[in-house]
Design a protein around this ligand. Sequence first.
Ligand SMILES: [Cu+2]
Length: 166
Amino acid sequence: MIQRPATLHTLSILAFTLAPALFLAGCGAGTDLAQRPPPGYVGDVGARVSAVDWAQARPVTVQLDEFRFQPDRLAFERGTPYRLTLENRGSVAHTFTSEGFFKAIAVRRVTTAQGAVETPALVNLEIPAGQTDVVEFIPVQAGTYDLACHEPLHSGFGMTGTITVR
Ligand SMILES: [Cu+2]
């Protein structure tokens, strides 16, 4: 009779203690780059990436802050190399997360404050406050994909968008 409420009480204290800590630390899953394309992703990335002239890469910039992407509607053309700059101008971390879009592109390289990483695929991108990431990629699969920030509550505050590949 006593143990069960005590356990529940302990759990609720833990929840109250941990929730703000998680919120402050941010749990947007961090930046996750794949060493090889996961199932469902575009294949033959090496061949696709070496078949285009990266000197012709089109620059696109998206600014992130509390709580929006600017612009929040992006359009890319299949087969064209892009250099996408993601500037976090906010005071907390934000993610640029779009599973559908990430599966639809061939990635050449991601450059963060830690340096450049040759990677064929993105699983998640988390940009720390005040930092800028650059993603070089080629859109491969046409479609319309949801974009969102996966930091807690951010998408509910309107930090969402749409990416079209045509
Ligand atoms: Cu955010």
